[in-house]
Design a protein. Sequence first.
Length: 66
Amino acid sequence: MPEKVIEIVGTSKESFAGAAENAVAEAAKTVRGMKWARVAEFEMALDDKKVVEYRATTRIYFEVKR
């Protein structure tokens, strides 16, 4: 079965893992048949010396139904 790929950016105040999980949760609101997810990038928002937000650009792979 063919697959499609989308990119979602998830955020979290606590961790990269939380940011990736939030990206998958957001995609799950509208995407069906998700099979894989791959984190493509990690980023951190900073306030001087402190990390204030984690970001994970996540690629979601899902089946295309015909």
